[in-house]
Design a protein around this ligand. Sequence first.
Ligand SMILES: [Zn+2]
Length: 505
Amino acid sequence: MARAEPGWQIVRGGRLADPAQRRAAPADILIEDGVIRAVGAGLAAPEGARELDATGFLLHPGLVNAHTHGHGGLGRGQGDRWTLELLLASAPWVGGSRSLADKRLSALLCAAEMVQKGCTAAYDLYTEVPLPTREGLDAVADAYDTLGMRAVVAPMVADLTLYEAIPGLLEALPEGLRREAEKLRLRPAAETLAAMEEAAKHWRWNAADIRFAIAPTIPHHCSTEFLCGCRDLARAHGVGLHSHVGESKVQAVVGMQRYGTTLTRHMDRLGLVGPGFTVAHGIWLDDEDLRLLADRGASIAHNPVSNMKLGNGMLRLARALELGVNVGLGTDGVTSGDNGNMYEAMRAAAGLSHVQTPDPRGWVSAEQIYRAATLGSARALGFEDIGAIAPGMKADIVFLDLAVPHWIPHNGTMNQLVHAEDATAVRHVMIGGRFVFKDGRHTTLDLARLAIEAEAARERLEAANAAQKALFEALAPVVSSFCAGLAARPYHLGRYLCEAPNSGV
Ligand SMILES: [Zn+2]
């Protein structure tokens, strides 16, 4: 768990990342039972406090991943030129036949990568096939607990398959394949809701800062009855809601077809949009959608690397910030984001804002990106005491070695953190004052042993899911061409470079 290191500690002489300073200055951090009590130069420490010398290090708060999928851990490297819809179609193959141990292992692999790349908390939308289970979600929470990370674990659910959610897709399949696609039907809404209720009722991880939330995966993959059930469950248990809204143009076009309005407004009419609501991606949102999110106190989890990989288009990040939406940063799952590297997410988010206009006044600054990856994401997770090195905050601190080439010389902290850091300078990671990664090694798990387990699981799952893989390969060409047709339809927003100029409202 995010077990706090008991007693007093003082971290001396590290340079503290601070958006207000061009070049981070050395300061001390006084920590009591895993919570920061004071920050400043030349702090006095109570007698018996452990002294840690951080000279030569840049210290920044643990990065917070606002959107990822722990179930992706065993599914890396399967798709190259996959759209989001192909990724969704691959799910029965890539995520099928998992044992309870596989579910835990998958989450553990992702969490291990995040920690060693400077991330200390994550919002994990976790799918179990065919439906969420109390034991499965418990195993995922246990993985975070083992590693010592903070997390929000949200069962990612739907009651309609891709083939039911996209009008006309089933009919576009040849007879034999259609029958196969029909068999993929998901469990009834009531059964999935009951399973989540069971998990929510018995959730035992809050004290470890591993919280529960609910993730109706994509609005139109959920019946209205199901979405309302998710809303009611979230309200009853006081937990967050997280959904992929306007991730692909296909989604935006289908939403308009189905509901006569945007997906954001559809969710809002059903009462899901509020301070505990996070939109994943949010690329195909118009100004009215963004204002609505800002007014309701909702968040966007921006996943720039995944958005590029899946060809979903570009979030207008500067516009979302300008309209007052809280934006966090995420890597997405490793089946689309390919790694859990929040430094890459920061760099991509910055670069992606730079290619949208030749006028640098419209670009998002390194300071804004840094804020999104720390406090912005923390707010999306619903945590008020992480995301900054300041009194009252949890001592979740990353120690970057300033002796690596991309920090020599150290001229501008925020610039180098966002545009140059790639996680290779991460030397130690502390969560709650406790080192979970020290001198370049995990202290809470044996990565080599994990690799052996993962390789065995990969081999077993490959055999077990062979038929699902063959089915995916048969379905993929139809899904791909049908969705490309949908994405070619007009929509009132442009989010691709190849589209008409000035169409990006
Ligand atoms: Zn996602």
